[in-house]
Write a protein that binds this ligand. Structure first.
Ligand code: PLP
Length: 375
């Protein structure tokens, strides 16, 4: 058989309509990341991929504001894998873990920590309110780890991570921070605050495709990992295995190379724009949307302004609004927004302002559609 005569599938143009994606993740893919996805595949052990990985690690150190020696990497999974890897590597059976749980993702942290054998204690707050740092101080005891979600996506609350970190810093406990809705859009100062382990999801503030969890691990956390009594029960994300691949360049598992291509571009674009500039962009957009939606009866769900998560705008619905019906009509018009989660279902809408969602054009499309549907 002649190789050159082998049958070729016909190329078909994808029939996808334009879509306005304004959910709290995933976010619209950054054009640079989208182009990078079409790059021809390279092997995961290719020297050029290792070079790209080193650039990603350096950019992640900048995004997370780490100490120069901190280890950064991409895990081949979503934000939840970043969460799970922290507990799997840094917690051992019987360790006390204090989890700040004022929403769905804080509760997910507590569940994961318990599955890895931790004795979990919770610090909670009323729905729609941030964790009170003095409650953390009161419950610190001899916790081996404190875990907190920076931006609680389920309610649109920003937890006071720098204040909590200040309390944890001298206690000997490690501090794990879920930076899924903040890192890459808000300045994040891992070294200055004293954070030991942070993670996000590629599809959130950086507008890369889903499937990667960028993590940062402090030297202190790595030392705690190295002193484990038993091997980490999660082989796939064992910190040592990660280091083998990312630093020693030995095979551990096949990383999703094309996602690395796209992620590297999205992260570079974010740093070139500047984290302070992105922070300003998201705040400006949040104010403008809140003002524009006020005449239709929407109001901020989180009462205290400083406790509002800028990247996920949580708006209380006007009375008598047909929540599911209006969102279904928007979806019919190729606009996606998200309602509440759990106890906030039917009470709020959550509008995504992460990465490429935080621009006026898509929100103008939402306003025009809403005025037509509700007006
Ligand atoms: N943590 C927070 C704060 C989130 O918002 C999410 C997802 O929305 C996750 C963790 C889980 O991330 P993923 O869905 O990428 O696994």
């Amino acid at each position: 058989m002649k190789l050159l005569d082998a049958p070729q599938p016909a190329e078909v143009a994808p029939p996808y309509p334009d879509h306005v994606l304004l959910t709290p993740g995933p976010t619209p893919i950054h054009p640079r990341a989208l182009r990078a996805l079409t790059r021809p595949m390279l092997g995961h052990m290719d020297p050029e991929v290792f070079k790209l990985n080193r650039a990603i690690q350096a950019d992640l150190r900048e995004m997370y504001g780490t100490e120069p020696e901190a280890f950064t990497a991409l895990l081949a999974g979503t934000g939840s894998l970043g969460m799970e890897a922290g507990f799997a590597n840094l917690v051992e059976k019987g360790d006390e873990v204090l989890v700040c749980a004022n929403g769905s993702f804080g509760r997910r942290m507590a569940e994961m920590a318990a599955r890895y054998g931790a004795k979990v204690r919770l610090v909670t707050a009323p729905l729609g309110e941030p964790i009170n740092p003095s409650d953390v101080a009161d419950h610190l005891g001899d916790a081996a780890m404190v875990a907190v979600v920076h931006g609680e996506t389920s309610t649109g609350v920003l937890n006071p991570v720098p204040e909590i970190a200040e309390l944890v810093r001298h206690s000997g406990a490690l501090l794990t921070v879920d930076a899924v809705t903040t890192a890459g859009m808000e300045p994040f100062s891992m070294q200055q605050w004293g954070v030991d382990y942070a993670y996000t999801g590629a599809q959130k503030c950086l507008s890369a495709p889903p499937g990667l969890a960028p993590v940062a691990i402090s030297e202190r956390a790595f030392a705690r990992f190295a002193a484990r009594r038993h091997p980490t029960p999660l082989w796939y994300c064992d910190f040592e295995g990660l280091r083998d691949y990312w630093v020693e360049h030995t095979y551990h598992h096949t990383v999703p190379v094309n996602l690395h291509f796209a992620f590297a571009e999205a992260l570079r674009a974010a740093l070139e724009e500047g984290l302070p500039e992105r922070r300003e962009r998201v705040r400006w957009m949040g104010r403008a949307i809140t003002e524009a939606l006020a005449p239709l009866g929407f109001s901020p769900y989180v009462k205290r302004e400083e406790a509002r998560l800028p990247t996920v705008l949580a708006l209380r619905l006007p009375e008598h609004l047909d929540d599911a019906g209006v969102r279904a009509e928007l979806r019919r018009r190729e606009i996606s927004i998200t309602g509440g989660l759990g106890p906030t279902a039917g009470v709020i809408w959550r509008l995504g302002l992460m990465g490429e969602a935080a621009h006026p054009a898509p929100y103008r499309a939402l306003m025009v559609a809403l005025e037509d549907i509700l007006g």
